[in-house]
Design a binder for this molecule. Structure first.
Ligand code: AMP
Length: 518
């Protein structure tokens, strides 16, 4: 299929052709007709799949330039993403006079934003906090908004914007269309869809599994060797552009300094930098002046940088979702890429193992001169190694992630079993469940109630304490993969979901002649 088959207006076709884009990606092919019809759409898709144009093309086409009010609101989790979405849309609207796109996010001048909004912003792209700010000041009105787009919705909720997102939806025209893009479908997302979307369609594409085109490796090194190992990797790979992810702002700063000292052209990006600085760093990366971007998740979320060949996880991400999003910075628009994750403790190896299970991605070991003998390092971190070195394939840098367990060393539990003192239910579990108030402050009965329908057991530490390495409850796994419980199950691809019945029915004709129900 080609974009020409969509009968798009000439200014959009020209905007696409200027970028050498002629064929829609899978997500675009599926969602453009649905959004055109006015349906509420949930796109399960990651950055790099072409999702911005998947929603932007039908929405731009539907803008009424004679109406000066805000007709489309796009909510993004970060300033960078909001800036990027604005730029992408402007590439398609530059030839359509009066189709004004205004970005509103923190860190930029408020007065200028107010002026831009007053001058007839047909499309507004912003971050939740600043949108709420403008709503409170009444400088942004969403009474006539036709479509609200929640971009990277899972990340917005992860960042604690759930309430803001709900308030934005409540402040918007109740007869609007709602479009949501999310790489994962956690419970909180499903709640939003059932409360604020009508007759929605879930669109899931094979591209969601684009991690298949990323070669993934891990390096098991000592803490002190992490930076030298990374420096060697960057120099060996000699990539055009690389992103190094750290978990904290402090680490971004100190690692950037160390890389620069080692002669690597690196710049840091984190959420606490001034907006003007962040913009400069992004511009320098995008223009190719800087080769290595060292960033936190928040800063690098959703950013689209052409030609990122390698992603390094200097710190292992705390959630599988973050891993997926991080490595998704590479292998964009049909290209391939490589991702390396550095680990330096047994606990981090466990975390990586969980990521491996959740994603089904093959993560091979990359053996370098800094690689540690795992037996020794495990003994140091946990007082007893439980794994042997996986594959000693001398000379071959990349070996399989599969590893065998070492001969079982008797534990205290084994001794208890031998002595007949072993209880099938761990004592700590009984104590926590019966006598101690849960960490959530709920009473015992509430905790029991909680446990009926979910695998949640009241406390994360507790969950960890009752699981041995290697165990994984199927329900937890299903949830972490974004599958819903039977209660909020959404029907599969391209089928209307069973929505809560709404009292009245309205028909809003769209430009393309489609109708939507409310
Ligand atoms: P996104 O998933 O929206 O972050 O897009 C990732 C990149 O793919 C952007 O740089 C787009 O310009 C580019 N892109 C979007 N649609 C297409 C397409 N149909 N073919 C090739 N590249 C595309």
């Amino acid at each position: 299929m080609r974009f020409a088959d969509f009968n798009l207006p000439s200014y959009i076709m020209l905007g696409l052709e200027k970028q050498g884009i002629y064929e829609p990606t899978e997500i675009q092919e599926l969602t453009i007709p649905l959004i055109r019809e006015g349906r509420d759409v949930i796109g399960k898709s990651q950055t790099g799949s072409g999702k911005t144009y998947a929603f932007a093309i039908p929405l731009i086409e539907n803008i009424d330039v004679d109406d000066r009010s805000t007709q489309v609101l796009i909510v993004c989790p970060t300033r960078e993403l909001a800036g990027q979405v604005t730029d992408e849309i402007r590439k398609l609207t530059s030839m359509r006079e009066s189709c004004k796109v205004v970005p509103i996010f923190g860190g930029s001048d408020m007065e200028r934003q107010i002026k831009a909004l007053k001058s007839g912003a047909r499309i507004v792209v912003g971050t939740p906090g600043r949108i709420i700010d403008h709503l409170n000041r009444r400088t942004l009105k969403l009474k006539n908004v036709r479509t609200v787009v929640l971009d990277e919705a899972d990340e917005m909720l992860n960042m604690g914007f759930k309430e803001d997102v709900e308030n934005i939806l409540k402040a918007s025209n109740p007869y609007r269309q709602t479009v949501m893009f999310s790489a994962t479908m956690p419970r909180a997302i499903l709640e939003i869809t059932s409360l604020y979307m009508t007759d929605s369609v879930l669109v899931e594409t094979a591209e969601t599994d684009k991690n298949a085109s990323i070669d993934q490796y891990y390096l098991n090194v000592g803490l002190r060797d992490k930076t030298p190992a990374l420096i060697d990797l960057i120099k060996d790979n000699n990539t055009s552009i690389a992103i190094v992810f750290c978990n904290t702002r402090k680490m971004v700063e100190s690692l950037t300094t160390q890389l620069v000292e080692a002669g690597i052209d690196a710049r840091g990006l984190h959420g606490e930098m001034r907006q003007s600085e962040r913009r400069k760093v992004m511009a320098s990366i995008k223009s190719g002046d800087t080769r290595v971007l060292v960033a936190t998740d928040v800063a690098a979320r959703g950013i689209d940088i052409h030609g990122v060949d390698v992603v390094y996880n200097y710190d292992i991400p705390q959630k599988t979702e973050y891993y997926t999003h991080r490595i998704g910075r590479t292998a964009r628009a049909g290209r391939t890429g490589v991702a390396y994750t550095l680990i330096n403790t047994k606990y981090q190896l466990d975390q990586l193992q969980a990521i491996h299970r959740d994603t089904d991605n093959v993560i091979g070991e990359y053996v370098c001169k800094y690689s540690v003998k795992r037996e020794a390092s495990l003994r140091a971190t946990r007082g007893g190694g439980s794994h042997t070195r996986p594959n000693e394939r001398g000379g071959d840098k990349h070996s399989s992630v599969r590893r065998d367990k070492s001969p079982h060393k008797p534990t205290r539990m084994d001794r208890y079993k031998q002595e007949g003192r072993y209880k099938s239910q761990p004592t700590y579990m009984q104590y926590d469940y019966e006598d101690r108030p849960s960490r959530r402050g709920a009473r015992r009965d509430d905790v029991r109630e909680d446990r009926k329908g979910s695998s949640y057991n009241g406390s994360d530490t507790f969950r960890r304490s009752t699981k041995r390495y290697g165990e994984y409850s199927p329900k937890t796994r299903a949830q972490s993969k974004g599958k819903s419980s039977s209660r909020d199950k959404i029907k599969t691809t391209s089928k209307p979901t069973n929505k809560k019945a709404k009292p009245t029915s309205y028909h809003i004709p769209t430009k393309s002649g489609g109708k939507r129900r409310k």
